[in-house]
Design a protein around this ligand. Structure first.
Ligand code: NAI
Length: 326
């Protein structure tokens, strides 16, 4: 069986090549993303494998289907880039719902600690033999209130990590977990009470721009915002204005609304065209990582194993527990 693998990065290939050999699957690795112009690369393949920034809209689905592709295998949890409804009866769509929720929750905490203890500044300073402490004052997490939006797999692990630090946790979820011992509040209350807010919900029509001009007004002054979920949960312009107005104290971003054309690529020798991203990165209280929260050895191994099992289940006409239905 042949599988067209789009948006390939060097860290993807070892685990997929190894499993492919074992299971008799030939992966055709393409660096390009899947979109309307690149679907032809899937010719002769039974399945395509995509990541977070590939485009799987109605036109792409039609073209893949016409080429005889039967399965769309997402090697990620989020599927906001796929028109699931349109794919019904055309392609079987499978995903990797959990590969290491610990990886993402731990990265969220890594960003928070780096930001509030100014580790990113201290690292650069000491490399230049500058041992001054001026401007490096942080604050204790103990006793602070963290608001967690989305209490699924990742959100719950992040909550436990925060409790380990002695923080007070409040949360908002459209579907609160019963008997979880979590204090659920309305979103506005979470915005007004939280010293730190961390997003762990999917991107949907309802969660699009949860942080916008209006919600920035409701935030506690000096709040630290962490987003390891999906960029478009936050209106980047509103975030920038909130930081410039000193309302938002810091932002830790592993995802960015317009990341598709920038993240995962080396632009170090180029001029970045996105002024908002460039301005955000220039702020001393903003940390940006390039959608790397998932990137641990454990997660990569789990992603490859689940994706291959998903593809094989579809190939064999079996039920797949990770199939997405609308
Ligand atoms: P999950 O499905 O276990 O939990 C999501 C939670 O969000 C659920 O409790 C759900 O009820 C809640 N939710 C749904 N709609 C909501 C709404 N309108 N308002 C508030 N809450 C809502 O998902 P999991 O595994 O915890 O992942 C969360 C998100 O993290 C994913 O959707 C994905 O976008 C992101 N992610 C980011 C990664 C990265 O590398 N940065 C890697 C993996 C996931």
């Amino acid at each position: 069986m042949k599988v067209a693998f789009f948006d390939t990065k060097s860290y993807d290939t070892p685990a997929f090549e190894k499993l492919g050999k074992e299971k008799n699957i030939t992966f055709k690795f393409y660096e390009t993303k899947l979109n309307e112009d690149t679907t032809a690369l899937a010719k002769g393949c039974e399945a395509v494998c995509v990541f977070v920034n590939d485009t799987v809209n109605a036109a792409v689905i039609d073209r893949l289907s016409a080429l005889g592709v039967k399965t769309l295998a997402l090697r990620c949890a989020g599927y906001n880039n796929v028109d699931i409804q349109y794919a019904k009866d055309k392609l079987r769509v499978v995903s990797v719902p959990a590969y290491s929720p610990y990886a993402v929750a731990e990265h969220a905490m890594a960003l928070l600690l780096t930001s509030i203890r100014r580790v990113h500044k201290a690292y650069i300073r000491t490399r230049d033999h500058n041992f001054s402490l001026n401007g490096l004052t942080g604050f204790d997490l103990h006793g602070k209130t963290v608001g967690v939006v989305g209490t699924g797999k990742i959100g719950c692990i992040f909550i436990n990590i925060c409790r380990g630090f002695g923080m007070n946790v409040i949360a908002y979820d459209k579907f609160p977990a019963k008997d979880s011992g979590i204090e659920y509040v309305e979103l506005d209350e979470l915005f007004s009470r939280s010293d730190i807010i961390s997003f762990h919900c999917p991107l949907t029509d309802e969660t699009y721009h949860m942080i916008d001009e209006n919600s920035v007004d409701k935030l506690k002054k000096g709040v630290v915002i962490i987003n390891t979920s999906r960029g478009a949960l936050i209106d980047a312009e509103a975030l920038l204005e909130g930081i410039k107005a000193r309302k938002i104290g810091a932002a830790c971003l592993d995802v960015y609304e317009e990341e598709a054309d920038v993240f995962f690529q080396d632009f170090s020798g180029h001029i970045i065209a996105d002024d908002t991203l460039a301005r955000l990165i220039s702020m001393p209280n903003v940390i940006v990582t390039s959608h790397q929260a998932f990137l641990t050895e454990e997660a990569l191994a789990n992603i490859a194993e689940t994706t291959v099992n998903n593809i094989l289940a579809c190939h064999n006409g079996e039920d797949c527990p990770n199939e997405l239905h609308i």
